[in-house]
Design a protein around this ligand. Structure first.
Ligand SMILES: [Zn+2]
Length: 274
C-alpha cells in the first residue's frame, strides 16, 4: 500500500535538499532528492512562460507583440483531433490536457502542457493539424498567437524554432513515458505523478479537479480513483472533496510517485537548457 511505502521511505530518513540552481531558474526551481532516481527539477513559475523566458529579448518582444492574453476556464476546447491548428498557446498558468478518444466515447490523456512550454509546438516540426484534442484542465491565463504568426516568427527566430522543436521532443518523452507508466506502474504511483504535474502547473496548492476528471484523464474507473485518493488523504498528502484536491505534502507526493515524474522533468529541463 502506498501509505506504508511512503511511511517506510520517511522512516529511512530520506531528506529533501534545497539546491542551488542555474540563474534563470532561480526563483522557480527546487531540487529534491528522493528514492526514485535523484533530483526533481521544477521549472514552472506562476505567471511566467518558461519557454518565452529563454528567448533572446528581441525575439521575445517580437513574439509578445503578436500575442493576445486571455483567461480560460476548465473544459474549454482548444484543438479538436484531426483539425488544423489555428493558434498556438503559451500558458502563463493553468494546465492544458491533450487527450485521445476511442470510438466508444472513452478518452484518455496522453500528455499535458503548462507554462513550461507551448501548445502547438508540432507546427515547428512542419505539422498543420493536431492529432489530439486539447482542452483546459486547470484554469489559468494564456498567451495566444495565430499559427500563421507563429510560422512567421519561427522563420525569423532560430531561437524560437529551436526551443519549440526541443519542447516538442520533450512532449514525445512525456508521452512515451506515459505509455510505459500506464502499463507498468501502480495506480497510486500514477495518481501521485499526475497530481504533481498538475500541482507544478497550477502553481497553487488548491486545484480544481474532480475525481471524475482524474479518472477520465488516467483511463481508470472512478471507484479506483476514490480508493487511491482515500489512501493519499489518510497518509496526509492531500485533502480532497468533490470538486478540488488540495496538496498538503508535496514532498510526500514526490516520494510516493513513480520515477516517471522525475525522469520526464529532467529530460524537459535538459532539452530546454541546451
Ligand atoms: Zn510511472
Amino acid at each position: 500500500m502506498l501509505g506504508a511505502a511512503w511511511q517506510r521511505k520517511r522512516a529511512n530518513g530520506q531528506q529533501h535538499i534545497e539546491g542551488e540552481l542555474p540563474q534563470h531558474y532561480a526563483e522557480a526551481a527546487r531540487t529534491d532528492r528522493f528514492s526514485a532516481g535523484g533530483p526533481v527539477t521544477r521549472i514552472n513559475r506562476l505567471g511566467s512562460n518558461h519557454l518565452l523566458s529563454l528567448l533572446p529579448r528581441d525575439d521575445r518582444e517580437h513574439v509578445l507583440g503578436r500575442c493576445e492574453k486571455l483567461s480560460m476556464e476548465v473544459g474549454r476546447v482548444l484543438y479538436e483531433a484531426g483539425e488544423p491548428i489555428a493558434h498556438v498557446y503559451f500558458p502563463l498558468s493553468g494546465m492544458i490536457s491533450m487527450v485521445l478518444g476511442a470510438s466508444d466515447g472513452a478518452t484518455i490523456e496522453v500528455g499535458v502542457v503548462g507554462n513550461e512550454g507551448l501548445l502547438g509546438a508540432s507546427i515547428a516540426l512542419g505539422s498543420e493539424r493536431s492529432h489530439v484534442k486539447a482542452l483546459i484542465q486547470v484554469a489559468g491565463e494564456f498567451l495566444r498567437m495565430t499559427a500563421q504568426d507563429f510560422r512567421a516568427e519561427a522563420k525569423r527566430s532560430t531561437a524560437l524554432t529551436g526551443l519549440a522543436q526541443r519542447f516538442a521532443q520533450s512532449l514525445m518523452v512525456q508521452v512515451s513515458q506515459s505509455v510505459m507508466c500506464n502499463r507498468l506502474h501502480s495506480m497510486e504511483e500514477r495518481i501521485c505523478r499526475w497530481l504533481l504535474m498538475a500541482h507544478d502547473r497550477a502553481g497553487v496548492d488548491e486545484i480544481g479537479l474532480t475525481q471524475q476528471f482524474i479518472s477520465e484523464m488516467l483511463g481508470v474507473r472512478r471507484p479506483s480513483v476514490t480508493v487511491a485518493a482515500g489512501i493519499l488523504q489518510k497518509a496526509g498528502l492531500i485533502r480532497y472533496s468533490r470538486s478540488k484536491v488540495t496538496v498538503l505534502d508535496r514532498a510526500g507526493l514526490e516520494e510516493s510517485a513513480c520515477e516517471c515524474y522525475a525522469l520526464v522533468n529532467r529530460e524537459l529541463e535538459a532539452l530546454m537548457r541546451r
